[in-house]
Design a protein around this ligand. Structure first.
Ligand code: TK8
Length: 337
């Protein structure tokens, strides 16, 4: 326990004076620094949410906890930041569930294609028992899951052609997140997927290493993808939650009161972030068209064909993840509607 506390303090008190002792802020008045890093840029609701978290934590701790925010992968990509949390060399990050599944495989259930019918249903499931049970599982990986935030419904863009039918995916080189379920789902649709960290994506599109990618409209617009992509379709194929997580070595070194402050702040900032994010995803499709992208709508018939194409992949992962968890998610979705 002592070594864990030393790790927590040694890495989190860089800006404070006199942190030789292994105790936390309550005992000696030291300021605890929380370094919070994300992948998206400072215009994105993900960052606005982080700023809200900072405001709440600093206010409620009376300045005893200070939050430093980093955007645009300044501290690394999702995987690297999660590893830093495990080691205690970074305190907070907010990755998509897809890379989280490389740490706790059950998280892939939330990335099943065409799973959530709406953001509201997603909220109920994620904030309900099964979502909270999965957050708990992060502790096995030295991570503390504090809340679900929202990345949102993902849509495909590319530089080659409008995607209107299932066949239009054929042979397209698409960057996917580093997650096997995503990879296999895009193969099942006929695309040629290649996994890559988000931080490398813009350059890959610019240099033509990949034809396209998939992300919510807010990301597509705010990251400037209209500069390097011509076509966007409302595939809405996967809903991406964000997971707000904290380093367990750091969290365990906090007092109960401090733990409560960060937990509440993560949840409240998350409510705020979800609202902003939904507005952004609604607004930015027309911005993409104004920026010169061609928008193509997927008909219900074609969406059904896409759903059928990925069904075997879902079945395979349902079995791997465990039918009890998957059934609990399906039941929660049913109950939320
Ligand atoms: C940001 C990522 C990103 C995700 C992706 O760190 O990798 O495409 O959608 O937004 O989590």
């Amino acid at each position: 326990i002592l070594s864990v506390m030393l790790v927590a303090c040694g890495t989190s008190n860089e800006t404070s004076q006199g942190n030789e002792s292994a105790s936390n802020g309550e005992a000696n008045g030291d300021v605890l620094t929380i370094r919070a890093g994300i992948g998206l840029n400072s215009e994105h609701p993900q960052y606005k949410g982080l700023e809200k978290f900072k405001e709440l934590v600093e206010e409620r701790s009376g300045g005893q906890m200070v939050v430093e925010t980093y955007h645009s992968g300044q501290l690394g990509d999702d995987r690297l930041m999660m590893e830093a949390l495990q080691l205690g060399s970074q305190e907070v990050t907010v990755p998509s569930t897809a890379p989280v599944a490389n740490f706790v495989s059950e998280f892939s259930v939330f990335d099943f294609p065409f799973l959530f019918p709406s953001s509201d249903v997603a909220d109920e499931v994620l904030d309900g028992d099964v979502g909270q049970a999965l957050l708990q599982k992060l502790e096995e990986q030295n991570l503390v899951g504090l809340a679900f935030w929202e990345n949102g419904f993902r849509n495909v863009t590319n530089s080659k052609r409008p995607i209107e039918t299932l066949e239009d995916f054929n042979g397209l080189t698409l960057r996917t997140m580093e997650n096997d379920l995503h990879l296999e789902a895009f193969r099942a649709l006929g695309a040629n997927p290649t996994p890559m960290a988000f931080t490398e994506l813009f350059t890959a599109m610019q240099q033509g290493t990949v034809d396209g990618q998939e992300n919510p409209y807010a990301t597509i617009y705010l990251e400037g993808y209209a500069e390097v992509q011509n076509h966007v379709s409302n595939t809405n194929h996967i809903y991406s939650p964000f997971v707000f997580m904290m380093s367990k070595p750091f969290f365990d070194g906090l007092t109960e009161e401090q733990q409560e402050i960060v937990r509440e702040a993560a949840l409240e900032a998350g409510q705020y972030q979800r609202e902003l994010n939904r507005e952004a995803n609604e607004t930015y499709l027309s911005s993409l068209e104004e920026a010169g992208m061609t928008y193509t709508e997927i008909s219900e018939v074609e969406r059904m064909r896409m759903i059928e194409a990925v069904e075997p992949v879902i079945d395979k992962y349902a079995e791997q993840i465990g039918t009890d968890i998957v059934q609990a998610v399906y039941d929660a979705i049913e109950a939320a509607q």
